[in-house]
Every structure is written in C-alpha cells, then in structure tokens.
Design a binder for this molecule. Structure first.
Ligand code: HEM
Length: 234
C-alpha cells in the first residue's frame, strides 16, 4: 500500500513538472584586460575535460552602429593536450562560421570552416581571420591564438541573415579533440572528429573597446576607420 502511494505521488510530481526546456547557462560577464595586446576581452571558460578549460575571449568595438557588421578579436587559450578546438558562432555545427585552430609549433594555425552536415567542415571564405602580431604562441602547457575576424558575427545561416548583436549575450557551440590534425601548418588540413562538444553562453558587452581600431594597429593589423569600431564592412 505504501509503495502504491509512493508511486502515485511520484507520478503526480512527474505530471506537475514543467516540460523540459533548454536552460542555457547564464552568461557571466567577465572582463579581462590582456596586457600583451591591450584589448579588453569578455571571457568565457569552456570545460574540455573534467579538469581543463578552453578559454574563449572576444573583444568588440564599442558603439557599433545598429545593424552594421563589425569585426571582433578572438583570443583562445587551449591546453596542449588538445589536438584542435573550434568555436561555432551560431551555436551548432551546421551553417554558421566555425573558427577552428590547432597547435603548430611556436604559433597555432587558425582556420575558418563551414559545415552543411555533421561531417568534416570545409574552408569558409565568408570569414577572414588575421593573426595579430601579439598573442599567438605556445608553451609547455597551452597554446594561444589571437586573430581579428571579419565575418564571424554576420553570416547567412539556415534561416537567413544572422547578425550577432554586440550588446547581447549569445549561445555558442564549441568542440575539441585529443587527436592531432594531419597537416598542422595548413589552414585547410583535415581534422579528426571531436571527442567533446558542448555550449557556452558568452556576454559580448564586457569585451567592448572604445579604442578598437587603435589597438588593432598597435598589434600590426589594419582595421581602418574611426575608433567607433565599424572597421570593416563585409
Ligand atoms: C572533423 C569533422 C567533424 C565531424 C565528422 C563532426 C561530426 C559531428 C556529429 C556526427 C555531430 C552530432 C553528434 C550527436 O548527435 O551526438 C556533431 C555535433 C556537433 N559538432 Fe561536429 N563534427 C566535426 C567537426 C566539428 C567542428 C570543427 C566543430 C566546431 C566547433 C563542430 C561542432 C559541433 C557542435 C557544436 C555539435 C553539436 C551541435 C550540433 O549537432 O550541431 N564539429 N558533429
């Protein structure tokens, strides 16, 4: 009798539970000033394993005009054990810019990719990745890259034109693998499938830089235009 009562109570609980909704983690606005490049980045850590993180940092121009495309600076720090890491700007693998990188001796290789299916992504020319003169390196424990991206925040996805609002938080997908890529010096190297994929929610405003173009220049990259940020239009 007690058992029956218990089951009935459990059934009642189950019936009254709200239907499962995806609950993205709240974006934590963490601003990090990178002394080496001078950029203020918004930082999100993604668990690669139970005991190691990939650090994703994005710097944006402050005061991007409404509706306009804009460049960003992406900085990623990855544990040396990883063969490659990737960021999916649209939050899933398919039909959005994928920024993939892998260690390559002193300076990692960064590669722009696109997937139309859950199969190896190919080169994506809609996003241009330009390494900064600083912030691309590796040591015994980690590798790090820092690139300007033109085209990572505006693209044509499965449901049409997408523009990531620089005043918002955004859910990204990320992925990584232990296995090394076959040709690490080539940005079009084939890459082995991921061991891990998951999601992060990234807060953009914490990485706003009022002197974005000047900082790009300090790091050897032209961004043109005023410091208001809309440095390159795609
Ligand atoms: C190297 C070749 C790759 C293969 C063969 C591959 C294959 C797959 C497959 C089969 C799934 C579905 C897994 C499941 O349903 O359990 C998946 C999911 C995913 N992959 Fe990949 N992948 C590759 C590269 C990448 C890259 C470079 C990224 C960059 C970030 C990525 C990001 C993701 C993400 C975020 C998901 C989960 C969301 C989704 O299903 O779209 N993948 N992948």
């Amino acid at each position: 009798m007690r058992t029956v009562y218990g089951l009935a109570a459990l059934a009642g609980l189950a019936a009254s539970r709200p239907s499962p909704e995806p609950l993205p983690l709240e974006a934590r606005a963490v601003a990090v000033v990178d002394q080496e490049t001078g950029f203020t980045f918004s930082e999100t850590k993604a668990a690669a394993t139970l005991s190691s993180n990939i650090v994703f940092r994005i710097a944006t121009p402050a005061n991007v005009p409404a509706g306009q495309p804009y460049d960003i600076v992406l900085q990623v720090i990855a544990p040396s054990a990883l063969g490659w890491v990737g960021l999916a700007w649209g939050g899933s693998m398919i039909r959005n810019p994928l920024t993939v990188s892998y260690p390559n001796g002193a300076k990692p290789t960064v590669s722009s990719r696109w997937a139309t299916a859950h199969s190896p992504p190919t080169t994506y020319t809609g996003a241009t990745l330009t390494p900064l003169t600083n912030g691309n390196k590796s040591n015994g424990t980690h590798w790090q890259f820092t690139v300007k991206c033109t085209g990572c925040t505006t693209y044509t996805g499965s449901s049409g034109q997408v523009r990531i609002d620089p005043n918002s938080s955004r859910r990204f997908g990320f992925a990584c693998a232990n296995a090394k890529v076959s040709n690490p010096s080539s940005s079009s190297s084939s890459i082995p499938v991921h061991d891990v994929y998951n999601y992060i929610t990234h807060d953009f405003p914490a990485g706003a830089n009022s002197n974005f173009a000047a900082l790009l220049q300090r790091n050897g990259v032209s961004g043109g235009g005023a410091d208001t940020g809309n440095t390159t239009f795609v």
